[in-house]
Design a protein around this ligand. Structure first.
Ligand code: EPZ
Length: 417
């Protein structure tokens, strides 16, 4: 299995470009299923999760062709409504295909998505909402057998908690439904806005994306369009942390300021100076970071849960104690055990983690536990004295384009072996 070998202690400086957002590209690829004709998606990131989505699209009968960061999807003929377990298991977020397949074909059969490292990852909100739109869903032997003998119909969907994936599933299914769907307590993440903008460019009629109430007026057909995926705000947060822990200075190109603004106060409290210029961001880090007293993750525009692990790596070497409260997932401190192997001093009690900053981390063999947890190990290794070897890096490749090349280009010493 491939590993990353990181020789820490080097200051990062230079510029890097942020790739397209994984968490926007995935629902956009699902949305292509709804469209007649060809869909062209630009700035589509080269990630293993995106490759998994391609495999699902091809299995359904779509043509999928990638030319660098451009992907052309032809959903003219969908040959099946079933996603096999092997493909469902590869990526938990493949549940977002359910709404699109059901809306396009009137049927969908797929297995419960794999749990993942962050806890059970329930899909109850997805299923309850799709049932409101008229989908009948039978769950047995780990399979979801869904059908709607008539076209789906618009409904009032009220989410008890905000869910990115469930909001996306409803937007996808409702776009071709008869009548109007109103989502209450919709997720407000930027990825929701990207999906709405794409669907509207294909002929949908979606209003209010980015707000808590989203209205989708069903249309008869959607026609594939040409669209550019927004930059990945979590990749940006990750590379900001890389500059922060190495006392470095980086220019991040292709950043949407309002997508990254929720993490600015935390980085400024840590002593970093941030300057937005156009769609770019310059981060200058102090020689040693200050602690972050109370980092609470929340739904957008709160501090993003996906940036918690990499920001925790910053706290591990900061001066003083930092506290993290993880309000979104019940088990998202998986990186703590591995950070401790590098010398980090972290205490976890339920959804709270207290980090006592240390002068120096020291390189050691560690193992990625999940996507963002793996990224946090790379960040900590950049600051650690000596060599850190990181195993199970397939987790990292799910969400970052060739991370080691990106970091080496700004002065890091990382090898993939
Ligand atoms: C999306 O996951 C992202 N993934 C996650 O990023 C991100 O952490 C998460 O949103 C929160 O922002 C993609 O977009 C592919 P949720 P999603 O539904 O949609 C609970 C990464 O690292 N819930 O907003 O699965 C759930 O357990 C990944 O890129 C239910 O209870 O997240 C969680 O506690 C990790 N029932 C909370 O809601 C449901 O039916 C928020 O989850 C659905 C969710």
């Amino acid at each position: 299995m491939a590993k990353l070998l990181v020789n820490g202690g080097r200051r990062l400086s230079g510029e890097l470009s942020i790739h397209g957002a994984k968490n926007s590209a995935l629902p956009l690829l699902a949305a292509a299923i709804l469209c007649q004709g060809k869909t062209v998606i630009h700035n589509c990131p080269d990630l293993s999760d995106v490759d998994a989505a391609f495999r699902i699209l091809r299995h359904l009968g779509c043509g999928v062709r990638r030319e660098n960061d451009m992907v052309v999807i032809d959903a003219e003929s969908i040959e099946t409504s079933e996603i096999p377990t092997t493909l469902m298991r590869e990526m938990r977020s493949s549940i977002v295909f359910l709404g699109a397949i059901a809306a396009r074909t009137g049927r969908a059969k797929l297995s419960f998505p794999g749990g993942c490292e962050l806890g059970p990852r329930p899909i109850d909100l997805h299923l309850a909402a799709l049932k409101k739109l008229g989908l009948t869903i039978e769950e047995d032997h780990g399979f979801l057998d869904c059908r709607s003998d008539v076209p789906l119909r618009g409904a009032d969907v009220i989410f008890p908690i905000s869910s990115v994936g469930a909001t996306e599933n409803v937007m996808l299914a409702a776009s071709l439904a008869k009548g109007t769907t109103t989502i209450h307590n919709a997720a407000r993440e930027p990825e929701i806005c990207d999906l709405a903008a794409f669907l509207n460019a294909c002929g949908a009629d979606i209003r209010g994306a980015g707000e808590s109430i989203v209205e989708i007026r069903g249309v008869k057909t959607l026609t594939g369009c040409e669209y550019t995926v927004m930059p990945d705000r979590i990749a940006a947060a990750t590379y900001m942390a890389a500059a922060a822990v190495t006392g470095g200075e980086l220019d991040l190109l292709n950043v949407v300021p309002e997508h990254v603004k929720p993490i600015v106060p935390v980085f400024e409290e840590a002593g970093c100076r941030l300057r937005f210029w156009g769609n770019n961001l310059t981060i200058q880090a102090p020689a040693r970071l200050s602690s972050m007293h109370h980092v609470v993750t929340g739904v957008f525009p709160g501090f993003p849960t996906d940036a918690q692990p990499t920001t925790m790596a910053m706290a591990a070497v900061a001066r003083g104690n930092s506290m993290f409260v993880e309000t979104i997932f019940e088990n998202r401190f998986k990186q703590v055990g591995e950070l401790a192997r590098l010398g980090a001093k972290i205490k976890v009690d339920g959804r709270v983690a207290v980090v006592e900053g240390v002068e120096k981390l020291s390189g050691a063999p560690v193992m990625a536990t999940d996507l963002r947890g793996g990224a946090s190990l790379v960040i900590a290794a950049l600051a650690a004295e000596g060599t850190t070897s990181i195993d199970e890096i397939h987790h990292i490749d799910r969400g970052y384009e060739r991370m080691e090349e990106t970091l080496c280009a700004v002065g890091a010493d990382i090898q993939r072996v």
